[in-house]
Design a protein around this ligand. Structure first.
Ligand code: CTP
Length: 400
């Protein structure tokens, strides 16, 4: 529940992307936010207020003169208590009005009268986006400190291709979560490894493991939200790259090592989450091995380099965080691993629940002792772990 207790007003303007605002509302509510929706009259032609009312569990407003507000001050009352106003989709017309301080509808009046920050997710035809008038308005909004999410490039409702599509609801949720995260790692460079490695046997087969990469990706996202510059060296996984994160794909342990080592010295924090294969096949067959080649093949294995230990051994290297997935005796094995690899923070988890799930339970081992993080989603655990790393590395909240 990364937005628990946050009060958000979601403004919806008229545009075909208004249907995606329903999904955004669902995601915001699922993340724990209390959301109230204000629509322009135009938006009601695309999606009904009933949809937003059902999803938010709150009355929806579109009329300035709505008699439901006791004091006829909907524009003040709706945004007074809000922590954030987010307008998605934000039409070209809405951006123009806000850029010029117009207040001719409930939503524009509320925007002008607000005391909270404003984020907008523009959505419009590519030529409207490129029009010099829109460019001027967007520059004005940015100069006024209004945050922009997107727009994205892609196929548009009108059939054209270009910049102007509204950012996807999940990306907007991400930007909202980032907005609320204290920037404790601002100015820091964080390097991570995540996912499994794949060690080839022949042209089509290999040795791998069940790591989904979710914990590493959640940590990359949380570090980015905390203001860090993040590079994620990723094994083969089917996960989208977190917004604002540089991703480098590496298939085998050797490829992962080649991607990590040149970047490690310049990093402030290295978090090794990848489940790196301990061994690789000595002789990889360039072709597909055939069954009828005679007998059962014997695989000769050689040891892979230990990437975490190598980074931890660098002089003036980054603050290193290791992971240990254990099936039993977690504390004993985790403490031994921490000593052996010489890392200040080792994160242990019992794999009784299986690898690759949505939730996890973590135990942190560091110089200050042992800390248990209660079972939670990987997103929530990642946020707590990044906080813990910020505590240990003495990172402070950046000044506003
Ligand atoms: N690690 C690494 N390079 C390797 C092996 C592991 O960087 N070649 C990192 C992992 O990313 C993780 C930690 O080291 O942070 C895990 O250590 P490891 O000794 O591999 O743990 P297990 O795989 O759990 O080992 P074991 O089989 O001995 O329990």
């Amino acid at each position: 529940m990364e937005l628990k207790g946050k009060r958000i007003v979601l403004g919806v303007t008229g545009g075909i992307a208004a249907y995606k605002a329903a999904e955004l509302l669902r995601l915001l509510v699922k993340a724990g936010a209390e959301v109230r929706v204000a629509m322009t009259e135009g938006a009601t032609h695309f999606v009904t207020a009933t949809t937003f009312q059902a999803l938010s569990g709150q009355p929806v407003f579109s009329d300035q003169w709505d008699a439901r507000m006791a004091n006829a001050m909907a524009h003040i009352d709706l945004s007074r208590e809000a922590d954030l106003l987010i307008v998605a989709p934000a039409s070209a017309d809405f951006l123009a009005r806000v850029a010029n301080g117009l207040a001719d509808s409930l939503l524009t009046t509320m925007t002008l009268a607000r005391a909270c920050p404003l984020l907008v997710a523009p959505a419009m035809n590519r030529q409207m986006w490129e029009n010099p008038a829109t460019r001027r308005n967007v520059a004005r909004l940015q100069a006024d400190g209004i945050g922009l999410i997107g727009p994205a490039c892609g196929e548009q409702a009108c059939g054209e291709l270009g910049v102007g599509r509204m950012a996807e609801p999940a990306e907007i949720l991400d930007a909202v979560a980032a907005f609320f995260t204290p920037k404790r790692l601002a100015g820091k460079k964080v390097l991570l490894t995540a996912g499994p490695t794949f060690e080839a046997i022949d042209a089509v087969r290999g040795i791998t493991n069940l790591s989904s990469g979710r914990m590493g990706y959640a940590l990359a996202r949380a570090a980015r939200h905390a203001g860090a510059e993040v590079t994620l060296v990723s094994g083969p996984v089917a996960l989208p790259t977190p917004a604002g994160v540089e991703r480098i794909d590496a298939r085998s342990a050797l490829e992962m090592q080649a991607a990590v080592m040149p970047r490690a010295a310049a990093s402030d924090i290295f978090i090794a989450v990848a489940a790196v294969a301990e061994y690789r096949v000595a002789q990889v067959a360039g072709h597909k091995l055939k069954k009828d080649a005679g007998g059962i093949p014997a695989l000769e294995l050689v040891e892979n380099p230990d990437i975490l230990a190598a980074v931890a051994g660098l002089e003036n290297g980054p603050f290193c965080v290791g992971f240990a997935a254990e099936s039993h005796d977690l504390e004993k094995h985790a403490q031994a691993k921490r000593q052996k690899k010489k890392v200040p923070l080792l994160v242990g988890n019992l794999i009784a629940d299986g690898l690759g799930g949505e939730t996890n339970r973590l135990v942190l081992f560091d110089d200050r002792g042992i800390h248990h993080l209660p079972p939670a989603s990987k997103t929530a655990l990642a946020r707590q772990l990044i906080e813990h790393i910020a505590d240990l590395t003495g990172a402070d909240d950046a000044p506003d």
